[in-house]
Design a protein around this ligand. Structure first.
Ligand code: FDA
Length: 390
């Protein structure tokens, strides 16, 4: 039986998420014949659900130090050559209204669908051939060509992201292909992910939904944002941020009440007949004050408590220690840390040194941003770096 001829392209891009769409658009507009493949029935599914449907598409404060990687210098080149301001200029060119929410985080006023539509239009301008609901299958390399899904090209871009949120079709396929071509993988782990607490913290699980301003600290890294108790443990932006720096066995220190000792001493002077719960309720949500009072179990009025004891309680509330038993894992992780090692990639083009013509971009690579638009900026910047090169 005669075999149908393979369609030949200049580049095949695997994964139509933020990174793959950007790389395809840039390469296509530069004249490359690009095939973009995804097993999902829609492009940019994570963009669509991001930022509560409004897509936190970048951050005004993007700096290389906002990214975790075994090589903290790797992201510098791509981030400096396609910056947050470049992406913002594209957003404005499409007339997409945006706003800064907090901490430099930029969101669409309308819908994340506008970002996907913009990227699809950019791909359309680059005559990108997009094939959705398409399985990648096995990949073969021979005669300088990568053979994938009935097509071939001298260049192959891995943009299939990481395994976080598998129910949305996320897979570790990029790692399998990278390994096939001799690249190393930095052990992937769930990041920007809630913590699970053990039985010793059961009283806090009962106040699920209570959030408070906090400073969370892990391994010398700290973030000042809101924290939230959940029915299984801890979440909220401050917690998600430090989760990326956490390993099993590490302690998380949380400021439940800043400057707590002086607040308790002032309460003792102002209302000596009051109990701890009343003093805490002046500064914290009532349910949280209640749970803390139960846990601290101070069986007398504040006026009877020695100052030294109030200092001790204050210090504890200023940096309360939790030892999570684990995280909620990939099903709830906003990103995957680790991934394709940057040691084998060019920071300028994202091309693999060991496998000419093979590129890796976006979340598949061992570059992980903070919460707040940093991960999409990495997707855009690394996508542009590869798009220019192919
Ligand atoms: P991404 O995962 O987006 O795309 C990979 C593509 O490859 C997908 O289209 C997938 O279908 C496809 N694919 C995977 N495996 C495949 C296979 N085996 N065969 C074929 N195709 C395959 N970041 C941020 O900066 N701001 C934000 O507001 C948010 N919000 C947010 C909310 C939620 C709920 C999540 C889960 C994540 C975020 N993020 C975020 C993180 C952000 O979504 C993420 O960093 C980027 O989407 C990564 O872009 P990539 O293109 O690298 O991968």
């Amino acid at each position: 039986m005669a075999r149908s001829p393979q369609m030949t392209f200049d580049a095949i891009i695997l994964g139509a998420g933020g990174a793959g769409l950007m790389a395809a658009a840039v390469a296509g507009q530069a004249g490359a014949r690009v095939l973009l493949i995804d097993h999902a029935d829609k492009p940019g599914k994570k963009i669509l659900i991001s930022g509560g449907g409004r897509c936190n598409f970048t951050n005004m404060g993007v700096e290389p130090q906002c990214y975790l990687s075994e090589n903290p210098h790797f992201a510098k080149s791509a981030l400096s050559r396609y910056t947050q301001w470049d992406f913002l200029a594209l957003v404005e060119q499409y007339g997409i209204a945006w706003h800064e929410k907090t901490l430099g985080q930029l969101f669409c006023d309308g819908s994340a669908r506008q970002i996907v539509a913009m990227l699809m239009e950019e791909c359309h301008k680059g005559r990108v051939d997009t094939r959705l609901s398409t399985q990648i299958g096995d990949i073969r390399h021979g005669d300088g060509m990568y053979h994938v899904a009935g097509a071939c090209a001298p260049q192959l871009v891995l943009a299939t992201g990481g395994p976080s949120i598998p129910k949305m079709g996320a897979t570790g396929k990029a790692y399998d292909i990278a390994r096939q071509f001799g690249l190393d993988i930095v052990t992937p782990r769930p990041a920007l992910v809630p913590f699970i607490l053990g039985d010793e913290d059961a009283s806090f699980k009962k106040i699920s939904g209570v959030s408070f301003p906090s400073v969370a600290r892990v391994n010398g890294v700290s973030f000042e944002e809101a924290a939230l108790f959940t029915h299984r443990g801890l979440s909220g932006p401050a917690i998600l941020q430090v989760s990326s720096y956490w390993s099993k066995g590490d302690t998380v220190a949380l400021t439940i009440l800043a400057d707590a000792a002086s607040k308790l001493l002032a309460a003792k002077r102002a209302m000596p007949r009051a109990h701890l719960k009343a003093a805490l309720s002046d500064h914290l949500p009532t349910r949280l004050a209640d749970a803390l009072a139960q846990r601290i179990d101070l069986p007398t009025e504040l006026g009877n408590v020695p100052d030294a004891e109030l200092y001790r309680i204050g210090d504890m509330l200023s940096a309360m220690e939790f030892q999570p038993t684990g995280t909620e894992g990939y099903p709830k992780a906003e990103v995957t840390a680790g991934g394709i090692s940057t040691a084998g990639l060019s920071s300028k083009t994202m091309e693999a040194q060991k496998a000419p013509g093979l590129y890796a971009i976006g979340e598949a690579v061992d570059v992980t941003g903070w919460l707040g638009g940093y991960n999409f900026q990495w997707a855009w910047s690394s996508g542009v770096a590869a798009g220019i090169a192919i």
